[in-house]
Write a protein of this length. Sequence first.
Length: 489
Amino acid sequence: MAPSNKELYLHEAQQKAYLYVALANEDKLTAEDKVVTDIRISELPPPSNSTELWESRTCGIWVRISKFSDDVGQAVTGVDVLFGTDAVDPRPQWDLTQSSLQLDYQPEIPVARLSVRHGRAIRNIREALRVNKDGTFKILQISDAHMVTGVGICNDAIDAHGKNLPESQADSRTVDFINQIVAAEKPDLVMLPGDLLHHDIPDSQTALFKLLAPLIQHKIPYAMVFGNHDCEGDYALSREEQMAIIETLPYSLSEAGPEQVDGVGNFYLQVLSFDPSERPVLTLFFLDSHSAIGESSSKPDYKPIQPSQIVWYEKTSEALRHERVKDAKDDNFHLSFVVQHIPIPEFADKNLVIRSGHRREPTECPSRDFSFYDALVRQNASAIICGHDHVNNFCAQLQQWPQQDGTKIPSHLWLIHGGGSGFGGYCSYGQTRYYRQMRVFELNVRNKDLRTWMREEYKSHRVDELVLVQNGAAIDPSEDDERTSYITS
């Protein structure tokens, strides 16, 4: 008999309660052994027949007991606990009970609900990402969702006219916003650059499932990296624990990454040209940008991208380039992104030229780093895409990149923010509130261009559309702004 590691009152009550589950190895079961084939939560025993027996347990739990058979699909093979009336379980074969465990709850504590799996776990099969037949590939960026255990609180929303709204539930609004934009844009991939979860929440798994359920329901592949808040709090799951869950979910492309590289979630994805080609046209590098360091909350500092990560990025980028060049024929069009949560110091550079969008708050970034920007330029990265600063939504470039010999050359690297998407995180600066947003990228391999635009609350049209790459080449920041911005709406 093993206890669940989840405290059923979420550490919010004087008493404590845990769920105990007895596990058995299938190979050691005989036809005379009895196993659990169903679980219900009810005050009264569920309906039964002569061939099945329901047994009562504490907290309103009823278990149906049957003799073991070779049909493992009939047996309960997993029991989990999720919290809140808004909890969901998007995993195949798992069923979340509608009724909560019968405990003496206080109103502010999210109720505990059982989720039950029947049969053997289904392995997450990852399919290759490919450009569509029309030559396009669309990516949706969902930044800083800040999901919680329970319904959450939003206290800085505004209406369609920009007027302040009263406090409301947060997570349901975030999920509705995701569903709205996913339905409108129909992305081929969703990337989530960190702060999926709010800080100090009592059950990380519940919050993760609420965020990722819409993507799983729409059957959209997704990949994420961690932010500084995802693992903050006494009861938050660690990066390793969260990634172990995420890697098993349907349509997840996230990976823990190499153990010898600092952080959890350093990996890359490649988007291939349309069938039957195996030629990569886009590489996305995902990096763990770590968390805050020091004790100051008014002037936070952050751990920078580490040397081991930079070495891994450059070696991997060069190896992939070697493979592309070796296999290239007439067309060698290829772009690359780097996706991380906390921006690098260059986002705060006074010489940054904003081509589209706005800087509405000061950049929060590491006070020092190991020259990751230089590595990005050396590897000819197309863009670095970050979250963290919720009301910044700009696309910008540094006009000059200093060389070691003191000379300066144009840098085509785009530095991009996507705005905050979640209603549980802040979306204001000072007394001014802003709309939640998501950023969209569309690659067109036939035209050899890359465009981006914003999707915003209450708006059915694109906002701040911008061409980042045209005819296979990044926009030259040294040229006149009017000719380089390419704002089309």
